[in-house]
Ligand binder design. Structure first.
Ligand code: AMP
Length: 279
Protein backbone atom coordinates (compact mmCIF):
# COMPACT_ATOMS: atom_id res chain seq x y z
CA UNK A 1 0.00 0.00 0.00
CA UNK A 2 1.26 3.44 -0.89
CA UNK A 3 1.32 6.24 1.68
CA UNK A 4 1.18 9.87 0.51
CA UNK A 5 1.14 13.03 2.56
CA UNK A 6 0.86 15.76 -0.07
CA UNK A 7 -1.67 16.32 -2.83
CA UNK A 8 1.11 16.74 -5.39
CA UNK A 9 2.66 13.33 -4.60
CA UNK A 10 -0.75 11.68 -4.64
CA UNK A 11 -1.63 13.40 -7.95
CA UNK A 12 1.68 12.32 -9.47
CA UNK A 13 0.77 8.73 -8.67
CA UNK A 14 -2.84 9.01 -9.91
CA UNK A 15 -1.73 10.76 -13.12
CA UNK A 16 0.56 7.91 -14.17
CA UNK A 17 -0.14 6.59 -17.66
CA UNK A 18 -0.74 3.07 -16.30
CA UNK A 19 -3.69 4.30 -14.30
CA UNK A 20 -5.41 5.98 -17.23
CA UNK A 21 -9.08 4.94 -17.40
CA UNK A 22 -9.04 3.23 -14.01
CA UNK A 23 -11.83 4.04 -11.54
CA UNK A 24 -10.77 5.69 -8.34
CA UNK A 25 -12.77 5.07 -5.18
CA UNK A 26 -12.32 7.50 -2.32
CA UNK A 27 -12.99 6.81 1.37
CA UNK A 28 -12.58 9.89 3.58
CA UNK A 29 -11.99 9.15 7.27
CA UNK A 30 -10.64 10.76 10.41
CA UNK A 31 -8.67 7.64 11.36
CA UNK A 32 -8.89 5.50 14.52
CA UNK A 33 -10.21 3.01 12.04
CA UNK A 34 -12.55 0.12 12.77
CA UNK A 35 -14.68 -2.41 10.89
CA UNK A 36 -17.21 0.29 9.94
CA UNK A 37 -14.51 2.14 7.98
CA UNK A 38 -13.28 -1.15 6.53
CA UNK A 39 -16.74 -1.89 5.13
CA UNK A 40 -16.36 1.31 3.06
CA UNK A 41 -12.90 0.27 1.87
CA UNK A 42 -14.20 -3.17 0.93
CA UNK A 43 -17.08 -1.62 -1.02
CA UNK A 44 -14.62 0.63 -2.82
CA UNK A 45 -12.43 -2.38 -3.64
CA UNK A 46 -15.48 -4.14 -5.08
CA UNK A 47 -16.62 -1.25 -7.24
CA UNK A 48 -13.37 0.52 -8.18
CA UNK A 49 -9.89 -0.27 -9.52
CA UNK A 50 -8.01 1.85 -7.00
CA UNK A 51 -9.10 2.65 -3.46
CA UNK A 52 -7.76 5.78 -1.82
CA UNK A 53 -8.48 6.26 1.89
CA UNK A 54 -7.72 9.55 3.58
CA UNK A 55 -6.95 9.95 7.26
CA UNK A 56 -7.40 13.54 8.33
CA UNK A 57 -8.82 14.83 11.59
CA UNK A 58 -10.46 17.92 10.15
CA UNK A 59 -10.27 20.83 12.60
CA UNK A 60 -12.85 22.78 10.57
CA UNK A 61 -15.64 20.38 11.51
CA UNK A 62 -15.07 20.44 15.28
CA UNK A 63 -16.94 23.13 17.14
CA UNK A 64 -15.27 22.25 20.47
CA UNK A 65 -11.48 22.46 20.87
CA UNK A 66 -11.53 19.79 23.60
CA UNK A 67 -13.33 17.34 21.31
CA UNK A 68 -10.71 17.89 18.59
CA UNK A 69 -7.82 17.47 21.04
CA UNK A 70 -9.24 14.24 22.45
CA UNK A 71 -10.12 12.69 19.09
CA UNK A 72 -8.39 9.26 19.04
CA UNK A 73 -5.41 8.97 16.67
CA UNK A 74 -3.36 5.91 15.83
CA UNK A 75 -1.71 6.19 12.45
CA UNK A 76 0.43 3.05 12.61
CA UNK A 77 -2.46 0.73 13.50
CA UNK A 78 -4.67 2.46 10.89
CA UNK A 79 -2.09 1.88 8.15
CA UNK A 80 -1.83 -1.80 9.10
CA UNK A 81 -5.58 -2.23 9.05
CA UNK A 82 -5.86 -0.59 5.63
CA UNK A 83 -3.07 -2.78 4.31
CA UNK A 84 -4.78 -5.95 5.55
CA UNK A 85 -7.99 -4.77 3.87
CA UNK A 86 -6.18 -4.26 0.56
CA UNK A 87 -6.55 -0.53 0.30
CA UNK A 88 -4.22 0.72 -2.47
CA UNK A 89 -3.37 4.18 -1.24
CA UNK A 90 -3.62 6.00 2.07
CA UNK A 91 -3.45 9.77 2.08
CA UNK A 92 -2.45 11.41 5.38
CA UNK A 93 -2.05 15.16 4.94
CA UNK A 94 -1.18 17.78 7.57
CA UNK A 95 -3.59 20.63 8.25
CA UNK A 96 -1.50 23.14 6.21
CA UNK A 97 -1.64 20.85 3.19
CA UNK A 98 -5.44 20.71 3.26
CA UNK A 99 -5.91 24.35 4.17
CA UNK A 100 -3.10 26.43 2.64
CA UNK A 101 -3.18 30.16 3.29
CA UNK A 102 -5.55 31.97 0.97
CA UNK A 103 -7.62 28.88 0.12
CA UNK A 104 -11.14 29.95 -0.81
CA UNK A 105 -13.85 27.32 -0.37
CA UNK A 106 -17.16 27.66 -2.20
CA UNK A 107 -20.29 28.31 -0.15
CA UNK A 108 -22.98 25.72 -0.83
CA UNK A 109 -26.73 26.11 -0.36
CA UNK A 110 -27.52 22.99 1.64
CA UNK A 111 -31.29 23.45 1.24
CA UNK A 112 -31.94 23.23 4.97
CA UNK A 113 -30.70 19.65 5.37
CA UNK A 114 -27.91 21.05 7.52
CA UNK A 115 -30.16 22.91 9.94
CA UNK A 116 -31.51 20.24 12.27
CA UNK A 117 -29.82 17.63 14.47
CA UNK A 118 -26.03 17.65 13.93
CA UNK A 119 -26.18 21.01 12.15
CA UNK A 120 -28.17 22.58 14.96
CA UNK A 121 -26.15 21.09 17.80
CA UNK A 122 -22.70 21.50 16.23
CA UNK A 123 -22.74 24.98 14.66
CA UNK A 124 -20.39 25.20 11.67
CA UNK A 125 -19.87 21.42 11.60
CA UNK A 126 -21.27 20.85 8.11
CA UNK A 127 -19.46 23.90 6.67
CA UNK A 128 -16.27 22.15 7.79
CA UNK A 129 -17.37 18.85 6.28
CA UNK A 130 -18.25 20.48 2.95
CA UNK A 131 -14.96 22.36 2.94
CA UNK A 132 -12.79 19.29 3.50
CA UNK A 133 -14.68 16.89 1.23
CA UNK A 134 -14.77 19.55 -1.50
CA UNK A 135 -11.02 20.01 -1.24
CA UNK A 136 -10.44 16.24 -1.47
CA UNK A 137 -12.84 15.85 -4.42
CA UNK A 138 -11.06 18.73 -6.23
CA UNK A 139 -7.65 17.20 -5.75
CA UNK A 140 -8.31 13.46 -5.90
CA UNK A 141 -11.07 13.56 -8.53
CA UNK A 142 -12.54 10.14 -7.68
CA UNK A 143 -15.32 8.54 -9.73
CA UNK A 144 -16.96 7.20 -6.58
CA UNK A 145 -16.81 8.21 -2.91
CA UNK A 146 -17.97 6.06 -0.01
CA UNK A 147 -19.79 7.34 3.07
CA UNK A 148 -21.40 5.53 6.00
CA UNK A 149 -25.02 5.96 7.01
CA UNK A 150 -23.74 6.08 10.59
CA UNK A 151 -23.43 9.79 9.71
CA UNK A 152 -26.66 9.83 7.73
CA UNK A 153 -27.12 13.60 7.72
CA UNK A 154 -23.53 14.00 6.57
CA UNK A 155 -24.13 11.81 3.48
CA UNK A 156 -27.21 13.89 2.64
CA UNK A 157 -25.12 17.06 2.94
CA UNK A 158 -22.41 15.60 0.70
CA UNK A 159 -24.98 14.53 -1.92
CA UNK A 160 -26.37 18.07 -1.95
CA UNK A 161 -22.86 19.53 -2.23
CA UNK A 162 -22.10 17.17 -5.10
CA UNK A 163 -25.28 18.27 -6.90
CA UNK A 164 -24.59 21.99 -6.44
CA UNK A 165 -20.89 21.93 -7.30
CA UNK A 166 -21.31 19.22 -9.93
CA UNK A 167 -18.21 17.19 -9.05
CA UNK A 168 -19.50 14.20 -11.01
CA UNK A 169 -18.61 11.91 -8.14
CA UNK A 170 -21.01 9.06 -7.41
CA UNK A 171 -21.78 9.06 -3.70
CA UNK A 172 -22.12 5.49 -2.44
CA UNK A 173 -24.03 5.06 0.82
CA UNK A 174 -22.88 2.21 3.07
CA UNK A 175 -24.93 0.58 5.86
CA UNK A 176 -24.11 1.08 9.54
CA UNK A 177 -21.78 -1.58 10.95
CA UNK A 178 -22.58 -2.53 14.54
CA UNK A 179 -20.96 -4.44 17.38
CA UNK A 180 -22.68 -7.72 18.35
CA UNK A 181 -24.28 -5.71 21.18
CA UNK A 182 -25.97 -3.45 18.61
CA UNK A 183 -23.77 -0.44 19.41
CA UNK A 184 -22.87 1.41 16.21
CA UNK A 185 -19.12 1.22 15.66
CA UNK A 186 -17.39 4.56 16.10
CA UNK A 187 -13.88 5.85 16.67
CA UNK A 188 -15.28 7.64 19.70
CA UNK A 189 -16.20 4.28 21.30
CA UNK A 190 -12.46 3.82 21.87
CA UNK A 191 -12.66 6.51 24.54
CA UNK A 192 -15.44 4.76 26.50
CA UNK A 193 -14.68 2.73 29.63
CA UNK A 194 -15.84 -0.91 29.77
CA UNK A 195 -18.81 0.22 31.82
CA UNK A 196 -19.53 2.97 29.27
CA UNK A 197 -19.44 0.46 26.43
CA UNK A 198 -22.13 -1.57 28.18
CA UNK A 199 -24.25 1.50 28.98
CA UNK A 200 -24.00 2.77 25.38
CA UNK A 201 -25.97 -0.25 24.16
CA UNK A 202 -29.10 1.58 25.39
CA UNK A 203 -28.82 3.84 22.30
CA UNK A 204 -29.34 1.10 19.73
CA UNK A 205 -31.82 -0.72 22.00
CA UNK A 206 -33.96 2.40 22.23
CA UNK A 207 -33.76 3.00 18.48
CA UNK A 208 -34.85 -0.59 17.89
CA UNK A 209 -37.73 -0.04 20.33
CA UNK A 210 -38.73 3.06 18.34
CA UNK A 211 -38.63 1.04 15.12
CA UNK A 212 -40.85 -1.65 16.64
CA UNK A 213 -43.40 0.81 18.03
CA UNK A 214 -43.51 3.81 15.69
CA UNK A 215 -46.38 4.60 13.39
CA UNK A 216 -47.08 7.88 11.64
CA UNK A 217 -49.57 9.08 14.27
CA UNK A 218 -47.75 8.23 17.52
CA UNK A 219 -44.57 10.32 17.01
CA UNK A 220 -45.16 12.58 20.04
CA UNK A 221 -45.85 9.63 22.31
CA UNK A 222 -42.69 7.89 21.12
CA UNK A 223 -40.70 11.08 21.67
CA UNK A 224 -41.93 11.39 25.28
CA UNK A 225 -41.28 7.71 26.07
CA UNK A 226 -37.78 7.93 24.68
CA UNK A 227 -36.95 11.11 26.57
CA UNK A 228 -38.21 9.45 29.75
CA UNK A 229 -36.03 6.37 29.19
CA UNK A 230 -32.94 8.58 28.95
CA UNK A 231 -33.97 10.75 31.92
CA UNK A 232 -34.10 7.66 34.11
CA UNK A 233 -30.67 6.60 32.86
CA UNK A 234 -28.26 8.57 35.01
CA UNK A 235 -25.20 7.82 32.89
CA UNK A 236 -26.39 9.22 29.60
CA UNK A 237 -27.71 12.57 28.55
CA UNK A 238 -29.91 12.80 25.50
CA UNK A 239 -28.86 15.72 23.29
CA UNK A 240 -31.56 15.25 20.67
CA UNK A 241 -34.00 12.68 19.36
CA UNK A 242 -35.83 13.37 16.11
CA UNK A 243 -37.93 11.44 13.65
CA UNK A 244 -37.77 13.01 10.19
CA UNK A 245 -38.26 12.27 6.50
CA UNK A 246 -34.95 10.72 5.46
CA UNK A 247 -35.07 12.32 2.01
CA UNK A 248 -35.05 15.98 3.07
CA UNK A 249 -34.45 15.58 6.82
CA UNK A 250 -37.54 17.67 7.56
CA UNK A 251 -40.54 16.76 9.78
CA UNK A 252 -42.76 14.00 8.39
CA UNK A 253 -45.66 15.21 6.26
CA UNK A 254 -47.39 12.01 5.28
CA UNK A 255 -47.34 8.26 5.73
CA UNK A 256 -45.58 8.05 2.36
CA UNK A 257 -42.45 9.66 3.83
CA UNK A 258 -39.61 7.34 4.68
CA UNK A 259 -39.23 7.94 8.39
CA UNK A 260 -35.87 7.68 10.15
CA UNK A 261 -35.04 8.25 13.82
CA UNK A 262 -31.85 10.05 14.83
CA UNK A 263 -30.26 10.65 18.19
CA UNK A 264 -27.20 12.05 19.87
CA UNK A 265 -26.27 11.36 23.47
CA UNK A 266 -23.43 12.21 25.77
CA UNK A 267 -21.83 9.47 27.85
CA UNK A 268 -18.63 9.84 29.91
CA UNK A 269 -18.16 13.22 28.20
CA UNK A 270 -18.22 11.55 24.77
CA UNK A 271 -20.76 12.40 22.12
CA UNK A 272 -22.32 9.39 20.38
CA UNK A 273 -24.77 9.41 17.45
CA UNK A 274 -26.90 6.74 15.82
CA UNK A 275 -29.94 6.43 13.56
CA UNK A 276 -32.38 3.82 12.30
CA UNK A 277 -34.83 3.48 9.41
CA UNK A 278 -38.43 3.17 10.63
CA UNK A 279 -39.81 1.44 7.53
P1 AMP B 1 -15.12 9.15 10.52
O1 AMP B 1 -13.73 8.63 10.54
O2 AMP B 1 -15.87 8.95 11.78
O3 AMP B 1 -15.21 10.55 9.96
O4 AMP B 1 -15.90 8.25 9.47
C1 AMP B 1 -15.45 8.11 8.16
C2 AMP B 1 -16.52 7.42 7.35
O5 AMP B 1 -16.77 6.13 7.91
C3 AMP B 1 -17.85 8.18 7.35
O6 AMP B 1 -18.43 8.11 6.07
C4 AMP B 1 -18.64 7.43 8.38
O7 AMP B 1 -20.03 7.53 8.20
C5 AMP B 1 -18.16 6.01 8.14
N1 AMP B 1 -18.42 5.20 9.33
C6 AMP B 1 -18.01 5.44 10.60
N2 AMP B 1 -18.51 4.51 11.44
C7 AMP B 1 -19.25 3.66 10.68
C8 AMP B 1 -20.04 2.51 10.95
N3 AMP B 1 -20.17 2.02 12.19
N4 AMP B 1 -20.67 1.90 9.92
C9 AMP B 1 -20.56 2.39 8.66
N5 AMP B 1 -19.83 3.47 8.34
C10 AMP B 1 -19.19 4.10 9.33
Amino acid sequence: MLVYRTFSDLRKYLDQKDLFGKTIGFVPTMGALHKGHMSLVQKSNQLCDISVTSIFVNPAQFNKVEDLKKYPRNEEVDIQMLEVNQCDVVFIPEVDEVYPEGLVSPKVDLKGIDLRMEGKHRPGHFDGVVQVVGRFFDQIRPQKAFFGEKDFQQVSVIEQMERVLNYKVEIVRCAIVREDSGLAMSSRNKRLSDVGLTQAVLISEQLQWVKNNFNFSNGNEIQRALEKAFKTDAAMELEYFEIVDEVNLQPLKSTNNKARAFMAVELEGIRLIDNIALY
